[in-house]
Design a protein around this ligand. Sequence first.
Ligand code: PEP
Ligand code: MG
Length: 781
Amino acid sequence: MPRQATHQIGITTLEDISALILQSHDLDETLRNIVTLVAKRMRSDVCSIYLLDADNETLRLQASKGLSRKAVGKVTLRIGEGLTGMAAQKRHAIAIEEPQEHPSYRYFKETGEERFHSFLGIPLFDRDNPLGVIVLQTKTPRQFSKEEISALSTIAFQITSIVVNARLLDSIRQHEEESQRVSQALAQAQQTLTDTEKTTETSPQHVLTGHVAYPGVAIGPAAILEERLGFSDILHEEEVDIDAELKNLESALEKTCIQTIFLEKRVAERLSESDAAIFHTHLMILEDRSFIRKLQTEISNGHCAAYALEKIVADYIEVFRKMEDPYLRERATDMEDIGRRILANLVGDTSGHTLHLKHPGILVARQILPSDMATLDNEQILAIITEAGEKNAHAVIMAKSMGIPSIVAVNGALKHIAPEDNLIVDANTGRIYINPLDSVKDEYQRLQLDQTRELCRLEEYRDQPAMTSDGERIILRANIGLISDINVAMRFGAEGVGLYRTEFPYMARGDFPGRNDQYELYSRVVREFNGQPVTIRTLDIGGDKALPYFSLPKEDNPFMGWRSVRVSLDNRDIFRTQIEAILMAGCHGPVKLLFPMISSLDEIRACLDVVEEARKNLQKEGVNYSDKVPVGVMIEVPAAVRLVPKLANEVDFFALGTNDLVQYLLAADRNNPLVSKYYDPLHPAVLQVLYEVTDAAISKGKGVSLCGEMATDPATLLLLIGMGLREFSMPAPFIPRIKAFLKGVSMEMACRHYTEIHRMDSSTQIRGYLDKVLSEIEMGD
Ligand code: PEP
Ligand code: MG
């Protein structure tokens, strides 16, 4: 066959195999269809596929076009036996004319094999492990060309992925059957128990636990936010039209299949067939009867298609993740990808939509991204529960600044909580009650009342200045992001804004705001704070903060990557426009300009150049702006710590960003629960660095504040005051508690305790010491 024609056969056969997967429903049927197709395309009298049994030694005829049907499943050879076994053993293609003359030839009478005059066998390999052999045989003598061997090798590769994936699905099925057996046995045992020990209150109750991110108690229905699969809407399931949802599912699956074939073709053309092979997994899953049946069952049980999809895909992912083989574990990502694509077809692309909870509820999510928080209707969120996420994840920080009780790192939240389940979130102890008993609910309603009373008590502090018992003035400002934070900050008595995270409003939009929009926004904040300072930080995207309309590159290590001021300096127009808007807002009150993530003098000088450029631009345009906007840098990269004395020659103030500084100093991702024990603000090295910065800034006569979350912990705050810090910025709901706490401490105590811990060399020791101090303060020391 001519070279081009053979290549074409390779490509079109690959496409057709993809289509075949769509028509067949199990591995045997798929293989049967494949051998028929390949025999035809390769003009061969016989095409057979042999697969290796679980013993890893026996090759069994699994499908054949041309040999007797009765032989399928029966004929076996050992690796190394016959020409087929030889291909598997030698791990390369065997192409010979007049095969029966070869010393390794073996005849199987069950196959009804006639005399064949040519043989081509290509081994199938899954990574390095033999999986089987695909064989062509012709009645007329034929010399297989290099191109034909190469075309069949590509097909063999594709078959490998089909077999691997089919077996994978099979193992999932087995796993499920096993789990079903176990749960049936458990249910039976449970029933026996209930029958024998009937209690007075029998309603089911489930309790989950997690880490408290912001304290409080909330009671209400669950609203599930599933972002993991790209769900960007709360799923409302009040009026599920089952027929419509089933149709919706069918059409989404169809569309996804077509898109997958297209994807495969494109990747095969642009990259390689091996890169494209992954889409076979996807097609097989999309066509898998039991996958579809499970989705349909969920819908028939009254759920919408998106919910059904999320649930079933999550179940599959869990099974994949538990697999021992790391390669198979990775398949969880495929499942996630498929889920995301089906979902996109189910609900359309909803990016940029504003999300609404229909009624007040408790938001439950695997993870909440800052962009979710930026677009969610926070008035309706009574509490937040996340499976992942650490206390210092940005979305949690936003929740805290809104005063929303939050529990993070709750294992199995999405599995155990269904939409509209009745929940009690006890974000004091970190417990979540699902469909609680009435007695528990009554108790929590009483607690909620107490909580409201406590908040009223703390209200007293709103208009009082923050001061230690011996009259040292401490400044407590608010960290804000969204406009809604202004009211919260006012309500809790913040003295202006120590950190305005401008990326949050950027996240709530569909595109970059222009200068005027930004000016309107910033000046509104400045005016509302009525003469109190507002520190506006320039855009700090990257890390865990993304903008829907500004695609950041995929990085292995985004917190160490193209982040924050680095992005700004590389997008000078966007950067300058923002600075212009900040300088313009300076006409409405005391504004400070803050640059995040500075790590060198060159970098701050480059920022100052942009400020200069912005000024000139405004002058040229004749636009009003303030010439008296102090400029500061955040100290959140370890390199900047040592540069404080030099940076002091360039800027007016410093803001300690301990959320990042701690993660960079201790090499512990602020969002990763696996390393949360390493993320330790009381680590002696952290405290030493904080002291160093404070001391250097003060001795240079520059202002220094701390705007990381660690200031919200009273014991830590005591040390920070002891080391010389007087200004803090924090989520506003913490301010009254801190004011109340300060009433009970003196400067003498703060300095004494700081001197004590300064001598200690482990955070366990420091923490133990502080716990003791704190309990003494509470007892009125
Ligand atoms: C910090 O890093 O401490 C900080 C305040 O900034 P962000 O949390 O926004 O990164
Ligand atoms: Mg930071």
